[in-house]
Write a protein that binds this ligand. Structure first.
Ligand code: ATP
Ligand code: MG
Length: 358
């Protein structure tokens, strides 16, 4: 959307009650809020997390597993009111992080799902033309005496169907997490549009004016890196890189998010994930797919993965013709199952030593 200077009539409206507002009995404060031009100063965002530990407790309650460094970076982003740009392979918890932070903060999530060809209207919103026509019809008799007032009202937020970006800036009672999901799918022009939002915390819409944030949302941008994002966007964000988790962390995630609670099976599933990912697959299994595997094993009442289960487990683990073909080779799956047991046993050994030392 083209960025314009705030229209003079909007500024003027801030200084004196227009006849429409007087007619509608709106107070000056209320009018200012409606037009988002109240003081020109964004209200301080409430401190959502008292400490990194407090955030950690909230994420744990949301069954979201993070390492210490990620936890501190998320905490810093919240305290510094910086957007968080999260890049990494599919199914590794980028989107889920936004929901977990929102759950930890008791915040509402506004989600902008990006795709190729997304429009500014979709992100910011647009004037509701049918409502405008209806209003115009109802004001026919005042047209001559109060055209300016009616025109200004028609171009106010009352007649604007807000998209997620605008809604996120206008949250008042509750904190808000703005998830801009799969930002790598948009083109450069749309990316540039976000720069105003993410640093000035305001949006400028032709005819509507500049809408300043009521509260600064906590922003998470996720990307699968289909396209390299521009440096201006990057410099406004704190950057998190998500990789596949370690065997230990994957055990924690599987334990938090699946019905499997027995250590040997958890360790074997995490070990299998690790082995598959080290196997140079076209599409290595993500955390989400390992959770599907855990679900399937629970349904099948399987307590240990064995080579004979290959054909039934393959659709959960191999998602391309090439990967399927390789796993079907004689030694393919069998070797991976053996590796999974080795990882499981190593993990169990380490745990036993840790328990003995404690
Ligand atoms: N750290 C984690 N703690 C708990 N669960 C996780 C974690 N990471 C991933 N998951 C699980 O994996 C699932 C998929 O994660 P998510 O949808 O966030 O992936 P993504 O990185 O956004 O993938 P995509 O790029 O395909 O959108 C989540 O629903 C969640 O169950
Ligand atoms: Mg996602």
């Amino acid at each position: 959307m083209r960025r314009t200077q705030p229209r003079p009539h909007l500024e003027a409206r801030n200084n004196s009650d227009s006849s429409f507002e007087a007619r509608a009995g709106l107070s000056r404060k209320c009018v200012a809020r409606i037009y988002g031009l109240c003081s020109g100063r964004t209200k301080e965002r409430e401190v959502v997390f008292a400490s990194a530990e407090n955030l950690g407790d909230g994420l744990r309650d949301a069954q979201y597993v993070v390492d210490r460094v990620t936890l501190q970076v998320v905490y810093l982003a919240a305290r510094m009111q910086k957007p968080l740009l999260v890049e990494g392979p599919p199914g590794c918890g980028k989107t889920e992080l936004a929901y977990a932070v929102a759950a930890a903060a008791g915040a509402t999530v506004e989600r902008l799902q990006c795709y190729q060809g997304i429009t500014e209207e979709k992100a910011i919103g647009k004037f509701d033309e049918s409502l405008q026509s209806l209003y115009l019809e109802s004001q026919k008799e005042f047209l001559r005496e109060d055209w300016d007032g009616i025109r200004n009202r028609l171009h106010s937020l009352d007649f604007f169907a807000e998209g997620p970006l605008l809604r996120a800036l206008r949250h008042q009672s509750k904190p808000c997490v703005l998830l801009i999901d799969e930002i790598d799918k948009v083109d450069h022009a749309f990316e540039a549009l976000l720069l105003e939002v993410l640093s000035a915390w305001q949006i400028t819409v032709p005819k509507l004016g500049t809408i300043k944030a009521e509260t600064v949302p906590f922003v998470v941008l996720s990307s699968n890196e289909e396209r390299r994002l521009g440096d201006p966007l990057r410099r406004r964000c704190l950057y998190l890189r998500f990789e596949y988790p370690t065997v230990e962390r994957e055990v924690e995630i599987l334990a938090a998010r699946s019905a499997a609670q027995q250590m040997p099976l958890l360790g074997q599933m995490a070990g299998l994930a690790h082995a598959l990912r080290g196997w140079n697959m076209e599409k290595p299994p993500s955390i989400a797919e390992m959770l599907d595997l855990a679900h399937a094993l629970d349904i099948l009442e399987v307590k240990e993965i064995v080579p004979e289960q290959r054909d039934v487990l393959l659709p959960l683990l191999a998602k391309t013709e090439g990967d399927r073909g390789r796993l079907l080779l004689r030694e393919g799956f069998e070797g991976l199952v053996m590796d999974s047991k080795i990882y499981r046993d190593k993990l169990n050994g380490r745990r036993r030593i840790a328990c003995a030392a404690a």
